[in-house]
Every structure is written in C-alpha cells, then in structure tokens.
Design a protein around this ligand. Structure first.
Ligand SMILES: Cc1cc2nc3c(=O)[nH]c(=O)nc-3n(C[C@H](O)[C@H](O)[C@H](O)COP(=O)(O)O)c2cc1C
Length: 158
C-alpha cells in the first residue's frame, strides 16, 4: 500500500480547500490518501507515509508555528524519512505576500530530511499557491499537483 499524507493548517479554510483538492487529484492514482490537520498529525504519521505533503497559510512570509512545531518534532526520526516523496502548498492573503517563501521554508525542512521534492516546469514551480479563497486556477493546480505526486509516489514505491 502506498500512502500519501496531506497535513495542513487552516484557520479560515483556504489551505484546507487546497488540501482537499490535492487529495482529489491523488485519489485514483492508486495511493491511499490521508488528510489530516497539522495539530492532529504526529511524527509517527509522517513515518508511516510514502509521500508527505504539507500545507500552511503564509504567516509573516513563512510557515505557521504549528507547522514548524511538527517539523521540529520530526527531528527525533531524523534520517528515517530519507528517500520519501515530499511536497508543499501555501495560501496567502495577497499577491507577493510570501507564498513562495512559505513553500521554500517547508521544502527546506523536507530536503534536510533527505526527501525527494517534485517541481513543476509549467505551473507553480515550487508547489501550488492560492491568494485568499482558492479560485478555479488554484483548485485545478492543486488537483494536478495531487495527481502528479500520487503517480510519482506509486512509481517510487515499486
Ligand atoms: C498571523 C498571520 C500572519 C499573516 N501573514 C501574512 C503574510 O505575511 N502575507 C500574506 O499575504 N498574508 C498573511 N496572512 C494571511 C493568511 O496567509 C491568509 O489569510 C491565508 O489565506 C489564511 O489561510 P487559511 O484560511 O487556511 O487559514 C497572515 C495571517 C495571519 C493570521
């Protein structure tokens, strides 16, 4: 069984909607998708997943502290996530509000874990972003992201 954990923080629902859209895209690729709020996500959940996708609202240009807390806690399993697939998505209040720096702050931690991060040559290079409530473009991008990640997770698990 190949599992994809999509863990997110969302206070007003924007990042949650992105997480659900990524899950929709990943469903049907053969991955078992687990959607979880970051506050309920444990380090063991990370350890149990083939692919880990983390979403955060942009808080002062970076990931929110609940997201950082989980990543900091994950140090106790440092090295065990090496070779797994990782990804990130982010929501912000405004264009230029720091979505990409938020993505990179998450991706940095995933890379330090030794994880594999997939880029995109055509759309959202670092991962999907939304400004406020995800519009049609953002939803479609999240679905595409989920599908591509799911397909890659299945390939890596072979
Ligand atoms: C503490 C805090 C800091 C924020 N910092 C930024 C910021 O630096 N740039 C920005 O564009 N939006 C910022 N926002 C807005 C959120 O990123 C934005 O509303 C996001 O869509 C919320 O996602 P959610 O609905 O999943 O909680 C901030 C919001 C809060 C509460």
């Amino acid at each position: 069984m190949t599992t994809m954990l999509i863990s997110y923080l969302s206070k007003s629902g924007h990042t949650k909607k992105m997480a659900e859209s990524i899950a929709k895209g990943a469903n049907g690729t053969g991955c078992t998708v687990i959607l979880k709020e970051i506050q309920k996500t444990t380090v063991d959940d990370l350890k149990g997943a083939n692919a880990i996708v983390i979403g955060s609202p942009t808080y002062y240009g970076s990931m929110a502290c609940d997201v950082k807390r989980l990543l900091d806690d994950s140090v106790r399993e440092h090295g065990k996530l090496s070779g797994r697939l990782g990804g990130a998505f982010a929501s912000s209040g405004m264009i230029g509000g720091g979505n990409e720096t938020t993505l990179l702050s998450i991706i940095e931690a995933l890379l330090i874990h030794g994880m594999i991060v997939m880029g995109n040559a055509d759309i959202g290079h670092y991962g999907p972003v939304a400004i406020g409530a995800p519009d049609e473009r953002a939803v479609k991008e999240c679905e595409t992201y989920g599908k591509r990640l799911g397909e890659l997770a299945i390939r890596l698990a072979k």
